[in-house]
Write a protein that binds this ligand. Structure first.
Ligand SMILES: [Zn+2]
Ligand SMILES: [Zn+2]
Length: 125
């Protein structure tokens, strides 16, 4: 289950982001849908036994191209030798690479540059 987190800035910008781990996180069809460029590699890896599993979770990011807080999908591939490979997704709006958001630090509004208020407003699965 994941959280819905709201970010609010004094300038009027606000965004609700769904992040965390959803119910279908280990469904390989989600890889096909959300990481089409990695899907063939994952499929071949599973067939040959080199890849033992995949999980997709969603992190918080800031896209400075869109000037928005965005959800960033992360594909975690576990190999049979227990090594783990992470593939970070792109901004869902423009395809650029978002910066990570660290909730231990103040989240800076991508529109006006001041610190944003943030709270969890719900959950999803
Ligand atoms: Zn963007
Ligand atoms: Zn702002």
């Amino acid at each position: 289950m994941g959280d819905i987190r709201r970010f609010k800035s004094d300038c009027g910008y606000s965004e609700d982001i769904y992040y965390g781990v959803g119910r279908n996180a280990i469904d390989v069809r989600q890889v096909e849908k959300r990481f089409p460029e990695s899907y063939e590699t994952v499929k071949a890896g599973r067939l040959s036994g080199k890849i033992s599993g995949t999980l997709i979770h969603t992190e918080l990011g800031v896209c400075m191209t869109c000037r928005k807080i965005v959800p960033v999908d992360v594909l975690v591939i576990t190999c049979s030798d227990r090594s783990v490979v992470e593939v970070r997704g792109k901004c869902p709006h423009c395809g650029d690479t978002p910066k990570s958001v660290d909730l231990n630090e103040a989240v800076i509004c991508p529109k006006c540059g001041s610190p944003m208020e943030t709270e969890v407003v719900g959950d999803w699965d």
